[in-house]
Design a protein around this ligand. Structure first.
Ligand SMILES: Nc1ncnc2c1ncn2[C@@H]1O[C@H](COP(=O)(O)OP(=O)(O)OP(=O)(O)O)[C@@H](O)[C@H]1O
Length: 308
């Protein structure tokens, strides 16, 4: 940049009398004392403070007389070869020598903080389906296995889908303050074990929590902006009800209760950070959007910092 500015100045003031060489050194980072000279003696006076010289083959710099850096502190003048005529390592070393310090290989930005991602939405919207697919495509996430007192559905695996336990066992966890959040959902307890979150976040994993709307509201209160809240919706009420019917897991009473709650629950969307429309037949698109949200969160300058 500075080199270009110098070239421009020469070109403007002196109609570019020399073909400037690509070889340039930078003995001082103080722009006011910056000058460029050639041992081969064609000298241009740019201002009262700067002197510039050039030869067809080289440009090196020297400090001006009114430089503010004292000579003992100034890095030694080292010619910097142009990358066209020297290897990368040679140019690299010359740049270091010229600046008087070595380039750090430390990451410029530290690793992003582990995230807590809270996924919620009305019953039957597809939370489990989205999470199941996310699990397959994204290995760097841990899906917190919820503890529940409800009975296992066909195909569900203990410790994978839920930690299935008795009501007594669940109450004991509440008593020992081992749950980040818990609730009675349609007659069954469901809760988020704290230790599991701590263990995985310590290992650098992002953790995903699946909670109902009330659970999300409670987590928002205690975690505030330190977690990412995602609300999942279906494209229409009709689509949502059809999905619930199609799942064939509910009694008629439970079905009615879930459908009735869904309308009310949709009002909570504004309490979330993101909304994902899980469109009919487009589960894959919803999963992609979830991934984009996570990636964007990782790139945030102001990182969230969740502690449980
Ligand atoms: N994008 C989609 N298009 C069509 N069907 C879907 C889609 N996503 C999920 N489903 C289906 O909808 C039904 C409900 O999905 P799922 O069980 O994942 O919902 P949920 O939100 O986890 O429900 P609950 O809160 O009651 O556990 C399932 O049969 C699932 O296969």
């Amino acid at each position: 940049m500075l080199f270009r500015r110098i070239c421009c100045s020469i070109s403007k003031s002196y109609h570019n009398p020399f073909s400037l060489s690509p070889i340039l050194t930078n003995p001082s980072r103080n722009p006011s004392s910056y000058s460029v000279y050639s041992p081969n003696l064609k000298t241009l006076r740019l201002s009262s403070r700067r002197t510039i010289s050039a030869t067809p083959n080289s440009l090196v710099s020297e400090s001006s007389t009114n430089s503010q850096m004292d000579d003992s502190k100034r890095p030694p003048m080292v010619p910097i070869p142009h990358p066209d005529s020297a290897g990368r390592a040679e140019v690299f070393r010359a740049l270091e020598a010229s600046l008087g310090s070595s380039f750090s290989s430390e990451p410029i930005i530290p690793d992003p903080n582990p995230l807590i991602i809270v996924i919620s939405g009305p019953s039957g919207v597809g939370k489990d389906s989205v999470i199941k697919r996310l699990r397959e495509v994204r290995e760097d996430l841990h899906f917190v296995v919820t503890a529940t007192s409800r009975t296992k559905r066909e195909g569900e695996v203990d410790g994978k889908d839920y930690y299935f336990m008795s009501k007594e066992e669940f109450l004991s966890m509440i008593e020992k303050n081992e749950l980040l959040e818990y609730a009675m959902v349609y007659g069954d307890y469901k809760g988020v074990p704290k230790q599991q979150i701590r263990d995985y976040m310590e290992k650098g994993y992002d953790v995903v929590l699946r909670v109902d709307i009330q659970g999300a509201a409670y987590l928002r209160k205690i975690l505030r902006d330190n977690a990412v809240f995602v609300f999942l919706v279906a494209d229409s009420e009709e689509a949502l009800v059809k999905r619930l019917i199609g799942r064939k897991t509910e009694t008629v009473e439970a079905l009615l209760m879930r459908v009735a709650s869904a309308k009310e629950e949709l009002k909570h969307v504004k309490e979330f950070d993101y909304v994902v429309v899980n469109k009919e037949g487009e589960l894959e698109g919803s999963v992609k959007l979830m991934e984009s949200i996570i990636d964007a969160e990782k790139a945030k300058v102001q990182q969230r910092r969740a502690v449980v």
